[in-house]
Design a protein around this ligand. Sequence first.
Ligand code: G4P
Length: 528
Amino acid sequence: MNRKIIRRRTLAIISHPDAGKTTLTEKLLLYGGALALAGSVTSKKNQRATTSDWMELEKTRGISISSTVLQFDYNGYRFNLLDTPGHKDFSEDTYRVLMAVDSVIMVIDAAKGIEAQTVRLFEICKKRKIPIMTFINKLDRPAKAPFELIDQIEQVLGLKAFPVNWPIESGQNFKGIYDRMDKKVHLFDRMPGGTYKAPFSVHDITDPAFKNILNETSYENFIEEVNMLDYAHVEFNQEEVLSGDLTPVYFGSASNNFGIELILNGFLEHSNPPSARSTISGKLIATDSPIFSAFVFKIQTNMNPMHRDRMVFARICSGKFHRDLKVFQTRTGKEVRLSSAHNIFGNERETIDESFAGEIIGFVTNTDFKIGDTLSSDPTIVLERIPRFAPELFAKITNLNTSKYKAFRKGIDQLLAEDIVQPFQLDGHNDVIPLLGALGNLQFEVLQYRLKDEYGVDTRLELMPWTALRWINTAIDNEKLKSILPYGARLGKDDHNKQVIFFEDAWRCTMFKDKHQDIELLDFLIEF
Ligand code: G4P
């Protein structure tokens, strides 16, 4: 079991939209032999018929919303690549995915450097101390100077950066990469369209075959840069990589297949296999423990229009999964048989017979699972919880076709079970259709789109005036609270009966906090 676990890598790619996450995903699949020909994932202009990108809305909007799992083998290792939603409105989903991975590849566009969404996603990784390998992409285009890019990682993200390799020129003149580890130059042939693996040749830095392709000044500049790196830059430290304090940096061009093998090999060398996970009591469960444990990080209904069922995704943390395994859903104490567990490749399903720590299993179930639920052979085990973030937009949703009420209710219930938006009740209300909270408007758009697409229901959304919500973490009488609420604020509760306050704006929320320091307000909630 241990031999298998140490050859697992469970990762996600994070990037600002358009930096090349999808292209890199596709190229990793190409190099991992999971795609015979690359070219299908990113061709947005043609039909975006993809493996990691299957929702109709994603196709039309050209963004990646849903998270799926892709699996491929490379050099004797099994990679589980989890897709993260690219849009900031889905940062909560991204957080959940990042709870389920052991390491991350951060893609940066060489012309743009660190962008807003990169910072946001990095912050999540930092909270979890996830090891990050950096891929600086699009070197075939005019790019910022490599030193400037390294500097940005250090200054903007506050992350030590160690360039494992270094680009040899950029834009039209991009020739390849110097690998600082083996001190060799990797020269690539351009592969228009990047459909096949790029041929490359490896040379010593003094090899005339390399020197001759650069003019004298370029060669001298290149040697000077390499020397500067050796003398002036950060020392490599694997411990710091594993604690998320230092990122090994790789340069390349995903669309031209430049540098894919180097990042893959580097990733294998510096990333970590699945490791012990913590329970809420702080106890660690070793990956090879005989106790099976896993947690749910995603629920997706109607994932495949062919099946129209609910798929629950869980990350295995310890023990061995086998077909028909009986486990406890430790939140409810219920025993559940995992009779139909699958590996998911895009929208393809394959039944799993056995599986280990680090793997993601998807199973079809009617049991009422919630994101964050622990599944374990030991009913006392509760794995570290997944936090829930305070929404910033609130809306009421109404069904427009009276005859479709049943479908509307079913759709709302199923989509709420996926945590696509969060349900609340205003104080004194007990509405059948709750008040909905989201981090961004796109979440509401997806909800309405899916209600229409999957349940045939037209809906109207009415935005509410609040833009901030806080959970109250202090026992306090409702009437007393009501008397001190600022203008426009309302009391309410979430679906776990936790008290919340809806504020009109963040400013009023801060004022309230300052004035009533004895009342603890939370902008995210872990215990539920
Ligand atoms: P994302 O998932 O991070 O949003 O980015 P995606 O891979 O979709 O890439 C965004 C655009 O950048 C795509 O162009 C893609 O082809 C291009 N791209 C990715 N890697 C490279 C690279 O190394 N060099 C260059 N020059 N371009 C790159 P598009 O025009 O939006 O789509 P397409 O028509 O090229 O498919």
